[in-house]
Every structure is written in structure tokens, then in C-alpha cells.
Design a protein around this ligand. Structure first.
Ligand code: TSJ
Length: 646
């Protein structure tokens, strides 16, 4: 079949003047974002060549004079003469603005990616732009610049027509351009922005080496970074999960194609509670998500529920798990490639194409079925299901707890259930609630307290000491329910600290491992359901003494091993009597008041959340199974927070 060219095959080609007149129409803004957009436009074209497997290295250099060089080792932009425009292809790419898209793909010989979309825009907005092409054993060069044409200053004018400047033994394209400082608010590139995006592109295009060179301090002081990931988005997921604890070794990777949409997905669950899904369309981040993400999520939920049922992890009577359950702790990278993308949303970063949803959903279902099918739903699968079942329990428990708290708040509940020994004072700012480990210590605390402002809630050792430390069991606990109703604030979204009846909530537990466990459980409860209570500084850890030193009628309480030698000195050195308290229960009411409860003598440690990430870490360690890590963390943080002792 012979192809014919005629006028209707060439779409309207607008002049570059339009670009300089309204740069915002082409690059969004003339601020820093628009400036960086110039680099992305050029790099995209090199990435295309790499995607077609004709190139495996791209070098981006920020030069000392403010210009940028982008170089690839691809085939080199064609230099032959375009049959209709009578110009070299490379000149067309740089001087013709392709209104609404690209060349007619069917008729143009180079349909494999020579759209050069954006190259002419970059040229129009540059002071000058040089292109070197190496192919067919030769090195060619063409130069463009801002130039006066008649009375008018025009961008992207050919100032040196394409010419051979030497021989070459390799192939590739090298473009250098200097952004026009009369167009942009700033022409200073950010090394951080550029290197981050190049790294992302390297993850998204497996095996392609992308080198970033910041030569702005001079050749000898250049910063060079090289990114190359043979695992592609699977490496991306590993990278995101560094510093988290994955619940299975290798990320799961799958890919497929449906309805001309190419789909690649990598996932890995960690023991965290947050969900991080990063999606891309044609290498562009879709931070607001869109139809492809929706398809992925529904596919994931469907296939995992089905497999769980087949596998017996879900019984007939069990309800399906929810999508959010399967996404607890999930890190996922989703990358699709498709034509005619439509963006929606506040920041135009949400994919709108409806056809992406069924395509991604179908590929997710069939590929994950294959993946787990082949492995006979092994360890990885059970880790995922266990995690999701845990998440579902928490979801259900927190729903119930919220309901309970709501009910409790609507009913008159100041006459409290259970074992709470309330205080008589009604000045909430002064009031203190001691949550005390063990019935016997609770008894001592009740007798020793100042009942005007101190309330005591003893925790029975057993239910919390059991190795059932998931939050759902905690919320089912009677004492926890009592805490919720005693504080009067509600929990979760309903939390209102205006109703707080005790402005100091003090956890009082033994200085041993069980005590640490109880502190951890309670801290976790407050963190998950009453975070503001911690943020506002209402949560404290009481510090009972570890030792009582006695010598000749003098006595001194010692609160940590570190303080012991000093205390011995103070009391007069050897010989001395020492009593080690194994628990709060060993102290009589007077001793407990004196050492731990009397505001004049006691030390309290305020619980703080230095930052959200640290808090997450604390919670995962405290809730985790690594007892040593937990102990270490508590000890370290007790020291760390010394400045919070009042
Ligand atoms: F477009 C551009 F100027 F922005 C640009 C294009 C910038 C950079 C840095 C690289 C490229 C580019 C284009 N690199 N590689 C290519 N390849 C082609 O244009 C090409 C080469 C050969 C053939 C062929 O069929 O022989 C087809 C194409 C599309």
C-alpha cells in the first residue's frame, strides 16, 4: 500500500510567536514550575527513545552558564528532509508547533515517537538552543536563537542551518538550551527538584541509566548522581519501604496489557498502618489518583477476597474483607501507559479516562491469580490475609468503641461503672486520674490519695497482661471502657477535649516488663483514639521508686539505677540498708502517696509525640512482638524525655 501525503494530513502548525505571547498556555506557569517543565519536555523525548529500547543512557547537566544539556545514546533525531515541509526532521521538531498533538502517525515515516512535542516550545522560550545529532557515522549540528526579524524579536529562529560538523562512531542526540530570563520569573534550576524527578523516571523506566550532573560550581566541583534500576518499580517499592518492616521479603510485581493500555504494578505490605499508593500515567505522577487507581484497588480487593475464600481463610459465614483492610500497610506503585490521556481534578493530576478502570482491574485480578496460583497461596499470601483480618478487627472494634463512647456520652454517666474511685472536686483542671496496675496497688492508691482531686482506676493485671495486645482486644477491655467514659471526651473523630474531666491522666505501672507492656498498651490506646489528649500534654507516666535506701534513721527513695551511686554517697556510704521495690503493690498507702502521688515530691514524665513519624515508630515498636526493642525504646525514651519531667 502506498501512502499519500496531502494537505489534510498536516495538522495546523502554529507559529512559535504564540508560545512567547502566552507561555502559560503551553507550560502552565512562568514560575519555577514552568522553568523546570522545559527540562521535562526535552527529557521526555529521550525517555521515549529509551522506551522503544533504542537508548539506555540519558545525561542531564545543569551548566555553569545557566543552560541545560540533555544527551541520549539513541538513534539520533532523523536529519533527512520532511517530504511536505521541505525541512530536516530535526528542524521541524524544533520550529513547528504541533497544534493539538503531533504528526499524522500513519503517514509520517517516523511514527515511533518522533513527536518532539514540547521541543519547539522549549526552543521558543530559550535565548538559544543547540542540537547535535550523531547518526550514520556523522555528527550534525543545528542552532536556534532569539533573533530580530524585521522589527520583531522572534524566538527559536534558525541561526545555523543543519550541517555536518564531523564524523562519529556512535549515535545519539544532544540538546542544550538557555531559558529566556525575560520570560521566566526565575531561571535558576533546583538540583533537588531535577534529581528527584530523574530518579523517579529511572524507577519508572527499568534499566535506563539516568545521570544527573550539576556543573554550576564549575567542572571540578560537579555533583554527579547516577540512577539505574534494573528492577524498575519493584525497586521503587523497595526504596519507599526502606526503614519500614516488610511483612514478606520481595515486592510482588505484575504487568499486562489490555485495550492498548500497558500496565505495571508493584506492591509490598509492611507492618505499618498507613497506605501509600503512588500512581503514574505515561510517567506523569497522578497524585490525585483517578480511574487507574480505582481499578487497581477494586481488583486487589476482589482477587484477595476470592482467594481467601478458596483458601479457607474466609469461611462461609464470614463477611468479605474491605478494600481498606487489604491496604493497611500497603505500599504500591502503579504505572500505566496509554493514549489520549485526560486529566481532571483540582490540580489536573487525576486520571479521568474511564477505560483505564476495567483494564487495570482485569490485569490486577488475572495476574495476581496467576501469581498466587503458581505459588499455591503460600507464606506471602497468608501474611497479607492475616494483616487484613487484623485490620478488619480493628475497624470493627473502633466502630463499636465509638458507638459505645457516643452512647455513654449521651447518658448521664458521671456515676461510674466498675472500680473507678472518683474524686470529689469538680475543678477539672486540677483533677487527676491515676490508672494503676494491679488491684493491690490500686487499693493502696485509693487509700493514699488526696480524694479531693485524685481519682483511681485500678487495672486488673490479667486481661491486659495476656499476650493479646491488638487494639481490638484493648477496646473490649472493661477498664478501657471505664477510662473512656470517665474522661468524658468521646474518642476518635468525636473527641472533644472541652469535656475532659481530668486534666492529668497518669499511668502508674511497675518498673518491670509487665508494667512496660501496660504502659505500651495504654499509650497506644491514647495515641490511636485520643491523640489530641497527648498533643495537649495531658498524658503522664508516674514514676514509682526502684529502691529505698536506709542508714541510721535517714532514708531516701531512688528512682533509677543511674541515680543509685549518688544516693548512696548522699546517705553516707557503706554500710547501708537497701530495699528494692519489685512493684507498686509492695508499698503501703503512705509510701505510695509520699513517693509517687504527692505533687510536692513525685516525678511525672509527660508523654510527648515529638513528631508524627516518631510516634508511628513508637507505636509499631510498642505494639510489635520484639520485646527487646520495646524495652530498649521505653528506656531510651524515658531518658530522652527527661526535660518533660515535672
Ligand atoms: F525532541 C527533542 F528534541 F526534544 C529530543 C529528542 C531531545 C532529546 C534529548 C532526544 C530526542 C530524541 C529523539 N532522542 N532520540 C530520538 N529519536 C528519534 O527521534 C528517532 C530516531 C530514529 C528513528 C528512525 O525511525 O530511524 C525514529 C525516531 C523517532
Amino acid at each position: 500500500m502506498t501512502k499519500t501525503y496531502n494537505a489534510k494530513d498536516i495538522q495546523v502548525l502554529e507559529g512559535l510567536d504564540a508560545v512567547r505571547l502566552r507561555p502559560g498556555m503551553y507550560i502552565g506557569t512562568t514560575g519555577p514550575k514552568g522553568l523546570h517543565h522545559l527540562i521535562w519536555e526535552i527529557v521526555d523525548n529521550a525517555i521515549d527513545e529509551a522506551a522503544n529500547k533504542f537508548c539506555n543512557r540519558i545525561i542531564v547537566t545543569l551548566n555553569k552558564d545557566g543552560s541545560v544539556t540533555v544527551e541520549d545514546n539513541g538513534r539520533g533525531i532523523p536529519v533527512d528532509i520532511h517530504p511536505v515541509l521541505k525541512k530536516s526532521a530535526v528542524e521541524v521538531v524544533y520550529t513547528e508547533l504541533h497544534a493539538g498533538g503531533k504528526f499524522n502517525n500513519e503517514n509520517y515515516a517516523y511514527s515511533g515517537g518522533l513527536h518532539g512535542v514540547g521541543a519547539s516550545v522549549v526552543n521558543a522560550l530559550s535565548k538559544w538552543c543547540n542540537v547535535v545529532v550523531q547518526r550514520d557515522g556523522k555528527k550534525y549540528e543545528i542552532k536556534f536563537a532569539l533573533q530580530k526579524v524585521g522589527a520583531k524579536l522572534k524566538g527559536g529562529q534558525v541561526v545555523q542551518p543543519l550541517k555536518e560538523i564531523g564524523k562519529s562512531t556512535t549515535t545519539g542526540t544532544t540538546v542544550t538550551f538557555l531559558p529566556d530570563d525575560s520570560i521566566f520569573e526565575t531561571v535558576e534550576f533546583s538540583a533537588d527538584t531535577v534529581s528527584k524527578r530523574l530518579k523517579e523516571l529511572a524507577f519508572l523506566n527499568k534499566g535506563v541509566e539516568i545521570v544527573f550532573v550539576d556543573a554550576r560550581q564549575g567542572e571540578n566541583a560537579s555533583i554527579v548522581k547516577s540512577y539505574k534500576y534494573d528492577g524498575g518499580i519493584k525497586d521503587f517499592v523497595k526504596y519507599i519501604n526502606e526503614g519500614k518492616t516488610a511483612i514478606y521479603e520481595e515486592p510482588i510485581f505484575f504487568e499486562g496489557e489490555q485495550d492498548n493500555i500497558k500496565i505495571e504494578i508493584a506492591i509490598q505490605h509492611t507492618d505499618s498502618y498507613t497506605e501509600s499508593v503512588f500512581s503514574f500515567v505515561n510517567n506523569i505522577p497522578t497524585t490525585e489518583g483517578g480511574t487507574h487507581e480505582v481499578g487497581f484497588k477494586s481488583g486487589l480487593t476482589r482477587v484477595l477476597n476470592d482467594l481467601a475464600r478458596k483458601n479457607g481463610d474466609l469461611k462461609e459465614k464470614d463477611q468479605n474483607l474491605m478494600g481498606e483492610d487489604f491496604r493497611e500497610g500497603l505500599t504500591a506503585v502503579l504505572s500505566i501507559k496509554m493514549k489520549n490521556i485526560q486529566f481532571e481534578g483540582q490540580t489536573k493530576t487525576k486520571l479521568g479516562n474511564p477505560e483505564a478502570k476495567p483494564a487495570v482491574e482485569a490485569v490486577t485480578v488475572s495476574e495476581l491469580n496467576k501469581y498466587f496460583g503458581l505459588r499455591g497461596t503460600g507464606k506471602t499470601f497468608s501474611s497479607i490475609i492475616d494483616k487484613a483480618i487484623g485490620a478488619a478487627k480493628v475497624r470493627e472494634a473502633s466502630r463499636k468503641a465509638k458507638e459505645y463512647a457516643r452512647q455513654k456520652n449521651s447518658v448521664e454517666n458521671y456515676t461510674l461503672v466498675g472500680k473507678l474511685a472518683a474524686c470529689s472536686g469538680k475543678n477539672y483542671q486540677n483533677n487527676e486520674l491515676f490508672i494503676v496496675e494491679g488491684d493491690s496497688a490500686g487499693g493502696s492508691a485509693k487509700q493514699g490519695r488526696d480524694r479531693h482531686f485524685q481519682a483511681i482506676l485500678p487495672l486488673r493485671g490479667k486481661p491486659l497482661n495476656a499476650e493479646k495486645k491488638r487494639i481490638d482486644q484493648v477496646l473490649a477491655n472493661e477498664e478501657i471502657k471505664t477510662i473512656i467514659s470517665a474522661l468524658g471526651t468521646g474518642i476518635g473523630d468525636d473527641l472533644n477535649l472541652d469535656n475532659l474531666r481530668y486534666h492529668k491522666v497518669i499511668i502508674l505501672a511497675d518498673a518491670d516488663q509487665d508494667g512496660a507492656h501496660i504502659r505500651a498498651i495504654l499509650a497506644t490506646f491514647f495515641y490511636r483514639y485520643m491523640k489530641e489528649l497527648i498533643n495537649q500534654g495531658h498524658l503522664y507516666i508516674g514514676m514509682p521508686p526502684l529502691y529505698l535506701l536506709k542508714k541510721r534513721g535517714k532514708q531516701e527513695y531512688v528512682y533509677s539505677d543511674a541515680e543509685l551511686p549518688e544516693a548512696i554517697e548522699r546517705i553516707g556510704g557503706k554500710p547501708y540498708e537497701i530495699q528494692r521495690y519489685k512493684g507498686l503493690g509492695e508499698m503501703n498507702p503512705e509510701q505510695l502517696w509520699e513517693t509517687t502521688m504527692d505533687p510536692a515530691n513525685r516525678s511525672l514524665m509527660r508523654v510527648t509525640l515529638e513528631d508524627a513519624a516518631e510516634a508511628e515508630k513508637m507505636i509499631s515498636i510498642l505494639m510489635g512482638d520484639d520485646i527487646e526493642a520495646r524495652k530498649k525504646y521505653i528506656v531510651e525514651n524515658a531518658d530522652f524525655n527527661k526535660n518533660n519531667i515535672e
